[in-house]
Design a protein around this ligand. Structure first.
Ligand SMILES: *[C@@H]1O[C@H](CO)[C@@H](O)[C@H](O)[C@H]1NC(C)=O
Ligand SMILES: *[C@@H]1O[C@H](CO)[C@@H](O)[C@H](O)[C@H]1NC(C)=O
Ligand SMILES: *[C@@H]1O[C@H](CO)[C@@H](O)[C@H](O)[C@H]1NC(C)=O
Ligand SMILES: *[C@@H]1O[C@H](CO)[C@@H](O)[C@H](O)[C@H]1NC(C)=O
Ligand SMILES: *[C@@H]1O[C@H](CO)[C@@H](O)[C@H](O)[C@H]1NC(C)=O
Ligand SMILES: *[C@@H]1O[C@H](CO)[C@@H](O)[C@H](O)[C@H]1NC(C)=O
Ligand SMILES: *[C@@H]1O[C@H](CO)[C@@H](O)[C@H](O)[C@H]1NC(C)=O
Ligand SMILES: *[C@@H]1O[C@H](CO)[C@@H](O)[C@H](O)[C@H]1NC(C)=O
Ligand SMILES: *[C@@H]1O[C@H](CO)[C@@H](O)[C@H](O)[C@H]1NC(C)=O
Ligand SMILES: *[C@@H]1O[C@H](CO)[C@@H](O)[C@H](O)[C@H]1NC(C)=O
Ligand SMILES: *[C@@H]1O[C@H](CO)[C@@H](O)[C@H](O)[C@H]1NC(C)=O
Ligand SMILES: *[C@@H]1O[C@H](CO)[C@@H](O)[C@H](O)[C@H]1NC(C)=O
Ligand SMILES: [Cu+2]
Length: 609
């Protein structure tokens, strides 16, 4: 049998069945991707979503125990590059990169406790790729995190790899390429892990990814935003659809509600830059999960969702039968993004009602800042002591915008340095060699305290008022405190008194206030290199990232021979492809000229030479 982890294979020119036939680990049933039948026990019913299976329910601490399903779900994702692609709103795009030809890519679905085995095939013309499973904890499984330059070398064109991980958490998430700003070209999709919920509901509407949408390629925009501010998006897509604001072509996303029933909607902000406030005319939404953390139900009229954030909400179809706008509104005057489409919206249609567009425009959002919710309470609680915390240079991470680089106006730094990862020698390569002498451009911070709570005060640039959606890999963090979004100031020692360690908001993306700070804590229980970065593609591209190297010796000791071998094989393949075979190095069109020794920013853009 072919080894489960022998990930790297050269793709035959025709994707034949030989290549695609992934053997299941012996003794385990092999469920096809199409088999999405949930194997929850019968206790998970419309009137009792808190129940899951024997011994597992909404109160189970999922960081401690995971149901054993014995099920492996196999998926294959083929990444291709297309030119002159007709988009969903009728606009032809010069260049897109898609997964299996669709935007967004296929939904990955599993049950809590299933193993996912996902083959990523790179059929791009010249780009490498690596796929990150956003929010997946990857406990003791850092090499499956999919961050090129950190946990792997990129997958070269015409190669593939298999990512294998256990769904230890449940809820709604997404996956995306971590190769430069490639996800902005369309290399992105949703993840739905079925599990218990904190409120009963009748109908699961499924994932609802919303994204800013640009007619230019991400590669063009990365170059553009280096020296200009971010452009407004050309449109906003709801689950891949919308009307073009310019031509009126395309169609609204159209979600059917069943009158009298309660629906679960899984909202995901897969933008590269735009933050939105969502509202559904004449309806409230009840939040039941934030990122992959179930929360006690909280009902809202409108909901701010930062890039990378997810909210699972329930919606009662209890209003008059008809059609209602689901609006995404921009926060005016707060620099949280803008679009040529000034009123992006989808239609929510009551089954049985006449068709047509809604008539009630809905209420204008009242939110005035880019703040995410600070009062959600997780169902599975965490309480830590914060009183002894003293901020100093060992736990402060300052984000700054450097405008002095002539080659690149906007250079973002964390603790004084811009991250520029080395695709050819990922951080984990050093760790597996027993080294921690990373180059400064890897922007690493070693965290070497086993299972302790690690606190960070992240300080925003004191002069540039831009909020950043900060995302951490490998952990959900507690949001202990933050500056007032309406009246921000730099962190002061006395701010520690305002920290809340008593079951505060816990998630994997939170908003860093403009001109202010946010304090987070996570437990050092997951050895490996975990990226923390701003999820605005242009900012991570400009360097706004830091890597926590957590318990390097424990990581090295835990790497299996199979994972190490797959890692080495992939790096050998990448390093023989790049730079010698990448035609882009021959492009010397001015600013974009590359030299063979240049180190490229794998999670972001290239360094100008
Ligand atoms: C990938 O394979 C295709 C088909 O065999 C070939 O045309 C293309 O040149 C290959 N790309 C690279 C980068 O090797
Ligand atoms: C993606 O495309 C490949 C190749 O055609 C196919 O084998 C695979 O099942 C598709 N994946 C999904 C999730 O549809
Ligand atoms: C990635 O692909 C795009 C589009 O073909 C190209 O513009 C860019 O130079 C490529 N980058 C690398 C590093 O190959
Ligand atoms: C969005 O599209 C996916 C894939 O087609 C589907 O599974 C999901 O139900 C859709 N979401 C909504 C809210 O209709
Ligand atoms: C997505 O997040 C971005 C950045 O945080 C924000 O500007 C945008 O408004 C969000 N979109 C939605 C629909 O919430
Ligand atoms: C929706 O709310 C508006 C006021 O915001 C009200 O005028 C309208 O009658 C309501 N429509 C329905 C169908 O309930
Ligand atoms: C939405 O879908 C329903 C049911 O298929 C249809 O009757 C209605 O006309 C559609 N509305 C729009 C705006 O497309
Ligand atoms: C909701 O979207 C529709 C369609 O674009 C628009 O007519 C309406 O004014 C929007 N409402 C709000 C509150 O933005
Ligand atoms: C971070 O910035 C604050 C003020 O903006 C400053 O007091 C502090 O010393 C800085 N910390 C580090 C580690 O540079
Ligand atoms: C920030 O950089 C300074 C200077 O290089 C270093 O002394 C300090 O340890 C760094 N902070 C962290 C948290 O690593
Ligand atoms: C981490 O701690 C272990 C055990 O105390 C020690 O042996 C090791 O040298 C430390 N590693 C680093 C990189 O500080
Ligand atoms: C990058 O943008 C600059 C202008 O900001 C332009 O002169 C240059 O040609 C662009 N480079 C590429 C490779 O598109
Ligand atoms: Cu990420």
């Amino acid at each position: 049998m072919r080894s489960f982890f022998s990930a790297l294979a050269v793709v035959p020119s025709l994707l034949g069945s030989v290549f695609l036939a992934q053997a299941a680990p012996s003794g385990q049933p092999d469920y096809a991707a199409a088999d999405l039948v949930s194997r929850a026990s019968t206790c998970n019913t419309a009137s009792n979503r808190a129940c899951w299976t024997t011994g597992f329910d909404i109160s189970t601490d999922y960081e401690v125990s995971t149901p054993t399903t014995g099920v492996t779900r196999h998926y294959t994702l083929v990444v291709t590059e297309e030119t002159n692609w007709l988009g969903p709103d009728g606009q032809v795009k010069e260049l897109v990169m898609l997964i299996n030809g669709t935007l967004p890519g296929p939904v990955i679905t599993a049950d809590w406790g299933d193993t996912l085995s996902i083959t990523v095939v790179n059929k791009l013309k010249t780009n490498g790729t690596s796929m990150h499973w956003h929010g997946m904890r990857q406990l003791n499984n850092n090499l499956q995190d999919g961050v090129n330059g950190i946990t792997e070398c990129p997958i070269p064109p015409n190669h593939s790899r298999v990512y294998t991980f256990l769904a230890t958490q449940y809820g709604t998430s997404w996956y995306h390429s971590h190769f430069s700003a490639q996800y902005g070209n369309g290399v992105v999709g949703s993840i739905q892990i079925n599990g218990p919920a904190s409120l009963p509901y009748d109908v699961d509407l499924g994932v609802f990814p919303v994204t800013d949408y640009y007619y230019h390629s991400a590669d063009y925009l990365v170059n553009y935003t280096k020296n200009n501010g971010p452009p407004p998006s050309d449109n906003v897509l709801f689950n891949g659809s919308n009307i073009s604001p310019l031509t009126g072509k395309g169609s609204y996303a159209n979600i059917t509600l069943t009158p009298g029933k309660r629906h679960r909607l899984r909202i995901i902000n897969i933008s590269v830059e735009n933050h939105f406030v969502f509202s559904l005319a004449n309806h409230t939404m009840t939040i039941i999960a934030a990122d992959l953390v179930p929360v006690n139900a909280q009902t809202v009229n409108e909901l701010f969702v930062g890039v990378g954030q997810r909210y699972d909400v329930t919606i009662d179809a209890s209003q008059a039968s008809g059609n209602y706008w689901f609006n995404a509104t921009f926060v005016t005057n707060a620099q949280c993004g803008s679009s040529v489409n000034t009123h992006p919206a989808a239609v929510f249609h009551y089954a049985g009602a006449p068709g047509g567009l809604p008539t009630n425009p809905g209420s204008v959002a009242t939110v005035t800042t880019c703040a995410d919710l600070s009062n959600l309470t997780p169902v599975v609680q965490r309480t830590i002591s914060t009183s002894g915390f003293v901020a100093d240079s060992s736990n402060e991470l300052n984000v700054t915008l450097d405008l002095t680089n002539p080659a690149q106006l906007f250079t973002w730094k964390v603790n004084g340095s811009q991250m520029i990862v080395d695709w050819e020698q990922p951080v984990d390569q050093y760790l597996m060699n027993g080294q921690t002498d990373f180059p400064p451009s890897d922007n690493t911070v070693v965290v070497n305290k086993t299972n302790q709570w690690i606190f960070w005060v992240i300080e925003n640039d004191p002069t540039i008022g831009i909020a950043h959606p900060m995302h951490l890999h490998g952990h959900d963090f507690l949001v202990l405190g933050r500056a007032d979004f309406n009246n921000p100031s730099a962190f002061k020692a006395s701010d520690v008194a305002s920290f809340n360690g008593n079951n505060p908001v816990r998630r994997d993306v939170t908003m860093l206030p403009p001109l202010g700070w946010v304090a987070i804590a996570y437990r050092a229980d997951n050895p490996g290199t975990w990226l923390m970065h701003c999820h605005i593609a242009w900012h991570v591209s400009g360097g706004l990232a830091v890597s926590f190297v957590e318990r390097p010796a424990d990581f090295k000791a835990g790497v299996s021979a199979a994972d190490k071998s797959a890692f080495d094989t992939q790096c050998a393949a990448w390093n023989s492809y790049y730079p010698s075979q990448d035609p882009n190095k021959q492009d010397d069109s001015g600013l974009r000229k590359r030299v063979p020794n240049s180190r490229f920013l794998g999670v972001g853009s290239f360094r100008e030479q």
